[in-house]
Each structure stands twice: as C-alpha cells, then as structure tokens.
Ligand binder design. Structure first.
Ligand code: 2P0
Length: 347
C-alpha cells in the first residue's frame, strides 16, 4: 500500500499568513468514542481507535478579514443555526490561543453527506483546525492540532492523522486532561483493509450524536458496563492492529459497536439509530461470514452500516449488500491520509 503522511506537522504547502486551505477525511471508529467526562473540553470517558478513510473529504479555507464578524459558507450557502454557531465558537478558541482578534471568512465544502453518521464533523473540524491554525499563525504539530480539533468535535482529533489512529482518553481533569487527551497514529501499515459503506439513509439524523451521547451517559444503566468493556476492547484492538490481524480487528469492532448501540437503546428514553434497513445489512454481513468471508460490521450515530473486510473481498461484500434492494447503495473506502494544507488551485 502507499505510504501516507502520518502527521501534518510539516505540511508540504506553506500557508500564506492570514490565509490557508486544508483537506481532511472522515474516520470510522473501530473502538468507539461515546460519552464525555468534560463537555467543555471534550474529554472522553474512554479512549477510541479509528481508521481514516480515503472518501468524502472536507476542504476548508480560512482567510482573515477586516470585517466585524466571521462569515461561514458551507457547501455554497451561508452556515446558519447550530452548525454556524459551532464554527464561530471554534474560531473564538483559535483566536484566544493565537492572541489575535481578526475575524475570518470560512468556506467549507463537504464531499459526503452531512450529519448522517458518516463522520462529517470529524473531517469538518479536522480541516477547520488545520486551516485556522495556519491562518492565525499557530505553529502546531500533529498532537497540538489533534487537541485543537478535539475542541470542535471529539472524533475530529483522530482525522488529523491517516491510517489507524488512537485517541487517548487522557488522565485527569482541566488542563491535565486537555494536555493528555490527543490522537496519534499507531502503525498497522501492513494492513490494507476495505470499508464498504452501506448507505441506507443519507439524510440528517433526528438526534445529534452530541445529544445522544449526553443522554446515554446520563441515563443508560448499560453505559458503565460498556465503557468498562471498551477499555478491554481498546487494548485488544491495539494488539490486533499491531499484529495485522484483520479478523480480530473486525470481531472487536463489531462487538464494541453493537454494545454502544445497546447503551443507547437502554437510555431513557431510548435512542435508536438502527432502522429495518440497517438490520437487513447486518443480516447480510452474517450471511457473508457463514459463507466464509471475513466481513464485520460497525455502525455510528445513524442507520448506515460500515463493513470492514480485506480489500480483495470488498467487491463480493458490496455485491451482497447491493443485491438487498434499492434502499441501499454502497461506496467502498480504503485507508486515507491525515489532514494537510493545500493550495487554492488544488481544490
Ligand atoms: C466515534 N461517534 O467514535 C463515535 C461513535 C459516533 C458514534 O464521535 O460531541 O461528532 O462533537 O464530540 O465526535 C460522533 O460524535 O461528537 C462520534 P462531539 P462527535 O466516531
């Protein structure tokens, strides 16, 4: 497989002071982040582990302006409501860190569906953190960028890096927690898996993952047991990645994801992202395994199902899912790169 840059620490393209463009890709967690111990600092209850993808990139430009307010454009239209507010809050944080006051014009384009459980906030805030840090003159390495991206959206901390990435829960609260909760790449370079994304609904979800996470941690009697088992899952997953054991990675990923969904189902009131279409895809994954194909499912805060398998098995997996009917389409992803700065011309 191709060697990917692990860190944007030394971007190939030097940003002009005051203006920068960055690209980042989504990541899919194989051991999930579900629950914060600190909402303001985005400190997670548990560590998580992901694979950065090579599809659905977000490209974001940040240009400092003389205007009295930030201007945010998202996929060709002004960003309004909660999405716009999150971005402005993030820009405030970057300005505070840089000791600067200029407002910014942000233009962002997301190639994939937004708010549909396809990790758009991960690619979005990884791209925004990378571009904004450069535009405001923050000389950050990959670790500092991942801590910054975390403050926009937890999962974005992982999209700063390519390949297999762990996001450490970190230790302690306040500044100690903030400093110790960062993402880093963990190798696994000999692995070359595919992730077949089964899209059963590309619309925005009814309950945001942030709200669902909060409700689950606050009310689900299954949350603590899952969080405890997730610690074991993470240790076993790291070992499986280190030895390049794709079937073990798939088994751990599937049990961790189904457990996370169980915690939500048991929340009060229950939250259910799985739809009948999701279950049809999960059945197809089981049938593939019965036929000897090492395919494993994971799901996030939405009804779409992501199927991990060997690159060579991806066409067979995709065909089995496509054959289920018109309600599902597939898109096959592989390992993708970390966030990087680019030039306008490459957009
Ligand atoms: C993950 N998810 O590990 C988990 C699994 C969804 C299910 O991270 O509140 O958008 O912005 O930190 O990162 C989605 O939640 O939440 C997510 P915030 P985020 O990928």
């Amino acid at each position: 497989m191709t060697t990917l840059p692990a860190s944007p620490a030394a971007p190939a393209v030097a940003a002009r002071e005051g203006e920068a463009v960055a690209v980042a890709h989504p990541n899919i967690a194989l051991v999930k982040y579900w629950g914060k111990r600190d909402e303001a600092l985005f400190l997670p209850v548990t560590g998580s582990l992901s694979m950065t993808l090579d599809i659905f990139p977000t490209t974001t430009s940040v240009r400092l302006t003389d205007a009295g307010a930030d201007a945010v454009e998202f996929n060709g239209a002004p960003a309004t409501g909660a999405a716009g507010a999150k971005i402005e809050k993030f820009l405030e944080l970057v300005r505070a860190k840089a000791g600067r006051t200029e407002r910014a014009a942000v233009v962002t384009h997301n190639a994939g569906p937004t708010g549909a459980g396809l990790a758009s906030s991960a690619s979005g805030f990884a791209a925004l953190a990378t571009a904004a840090a450069a535009a405001y003159g923050l000389d950050y390495d990959g670790r500092a960028l991942s801590r910054l991206a975390r403050r926009g959206s937890g999962s974005a901390s992982r999209s700063i890096f390519g390949g297999f990435v762990v996001w450490h829960a970190g230790e302690g609260e306040g500044e100690a927690g903030d400093l110790s909760s960062f993402a880093e790449p963990i190798g696994g370079d000999e692995l070359d898996p595919a992730l077949v994304v089964a899209v059963v609904a590309a619309g925005a979800k009814a309950v945001s993952s942030r709200d669902a996470m909060r409700q689950t941690t606050a009310t689900s009697p299954l949350y603590r047991p899952w969080a405890e088992s997730s610690v074991t899952d993470l240790a076993e997953m790291r070992a499986a990645v280190a030895r390049g054991d794709l079937p073990a990675i798939g088994e751990i990923a599937e049990r961790n994801a189904l457990g996370m969904h169980a915690t939500m189902l048991a929340a009060r009131p229950g939250i259910r992202y799985m739809s009948p279409h999701s279950l049809s895809v999960l059945d197809a994954v089981l049938a593939l395994r019965t036929d000897g194909v090492a395919a494993y499912a994971t799901m996030d805060a939405g009804p779409n199902v992501k199927i991990l398998c060997a690159r060579a098995d991806a066409p067979r997996v995709a065909a089995a899912v496509d054959a289920l009917g018109d309600f599902v389409t597939t898109r096959t992803a592989h390992i993708g790169p970390g966030a990087y700065l680019t030039t306008d011309a490459e957009r």
